[in-house]
Write a protein that binds this ligand. Structure first.
Ligand SMILES: *Cc1c(COP(=O)(O)O)cnc(C)c1O
Length: 362
């Protein structure tokens, strides 16, 4: 571990690759021999355009997508996407259909409801969001404009392990907390979005990957900045983009490429998650996982201890070992270890060893 740095298990903003942080620091004062930093140069300069276009190209390459897809950078985080999706796609009396699998998918649905166009296709709320609804649970309305899912539920620690089949209905996914963490057949999605502060960069950017044909005709009666085709037509440079964030995301994408791409990331992430889930499963119910086994997340491992006192003690003792950010979200309680791409195996091993030792002593 780098001196003065901790193992950061925060859910987002979250740990970033050390290599990328250092590179960013190194070139901050003088970007690409311009004598200026990346936040001081024009977004119309050739230096910036190179960064912008390379980030887009690398993301598409990592996802295995062709020219029929576009990469957009939009401000306002994932929450703005919650509102933009129904504004752009739930048109002509059709409804946005939502699978409720946790807090963020419920928030997304509420934005559609505000616009009078929300419908629930499935929900695991009755089960405390411990599972991802199955394909057979999903009921699409005849008037469905799209199906919206949240692929990884950051707070409850569940993740899809299948891509819902929707026949001709466009599939839209919030992948804020597992974007670029594993390969998938991304061609099955019409639109994918992610607030980048979980797995890819600093808060302030939403990364949107979208089928070009899906956004050709954005409605003209909504504000310019909320229309997807404003971004696609202008290469996400209609107004001043969040340049530093995009630059950083580009560096993280290049870092993932250097690691070997999404299949290598997936292998590493599965290994890290298995370390923690094995301990939970072999703890004689001392550690109790929140998620049902077949819905477990590779990114956010949620679990409880026998009492809240023990949970508080666990958090305090972990901190002494430089293991930080493992307090669960207030709506679930307990503990949550967020182990995104940038969390090294050694960090998770350190937490795993600590869990074994803590159980022995308590
Ligand atoms: C964090 C998170 C959000 C909210 O992101 P903001 O960028 O803060 O709006 C939405 N969806 C998921 C899955 C998240 O993890």
């Amino acid at each position: 571990m780098e001196a003065n740095r901790v193992y950061n298990f925060n859910p987002g903003p979250a740990t970033m690759p050390l290599e990328v942080l250092k590179e960013t620091q190194k070139e901050f004062l003088n970007f690409d021999n311009s004598g200026m930093s990346i936040i001081e140069i024009s977004h119309r300069s050739k230096e910036y355009e190179q960064v912008h276009n390379q980030a887009k190209a690398d993301i598409k390459e990592l996802m295995g997508l062709g020219d029929d897809y576009d990469v957009l950078f939009i401000q306002g985080g994932a929450s703005t996407e919650f509102a933009m999706v129904p504004m752009n796609f739930a048109l002509n009396g059709k409804k946005g259909n939502y699978v409720l699998s946790g807090s963020f998918s419920t928030k997304a649905f509420k934005e559609a409801e505000i616009q009078g166009v929300g419908a629930i296709a499935a929900s695991s709320k009755e089960n405390d969001f411990r599972n991802i609804p199955k394909q057979s649970d999903i009921k699409l309305g005849d008037d469905a404009a799209y199906l919206h899912i949240c692929y990884n539920n950051t707070i409850y620690g569940t993740e899809y392990h299948y891509i819902p089949e929707t026949s001709s209905i466009p599939l839209i996914a919030d992948m804020s907390s597992d974007m670029l963490s594993r390969p998938l057949d991304f061609n099955k999605f019409s639109l994918i979005y992610a607030g980048v502060q979980k797995n890819l960069g600093p808060a302030g950017v939403a990364l949107v990957v979208v089928k070009k044909s899906f956004i050709e005709n954005s409605p003209e009666n909504i504000p310019t900045m909320f229309r997807y085709n404003t971004y696609s037509k202008k290469n996400s440079l209609y107004n001043t983009p969040p340049a530093f964030g995009i630059y950083f995301v580009g560096k993280v994408a290049a870092w993932i490429k250097k690691q070997g791409g999404l299949s290598v990331m997936a292998e590493k992430n599965a290994k890290k998650a298995a370390l923690l889930y094995d301990i939970i499963d072999n703890s004689n119910n001392f550690y109790r996982g929140h998620a049902e086994k077949d819905s477990r997340s590779f990114m956010n491992v949620t679990f409880r201890l026998p009492s809240e006192e023990l949970e508080a003690k666990f958090i305090a003792k972990a901190k002494e070992k430089q293991l930080c950010g493992i307090k669960g979200h207030r709506s679930v309680g307990g503990l949550r270890a967020s182990i995104y791409n940038a969390m090294p195996y050694e960090g998770v091993k350190c937490l795993a060893d600590f869990m074994v030792e803590f159980q022995k002593n308590n």
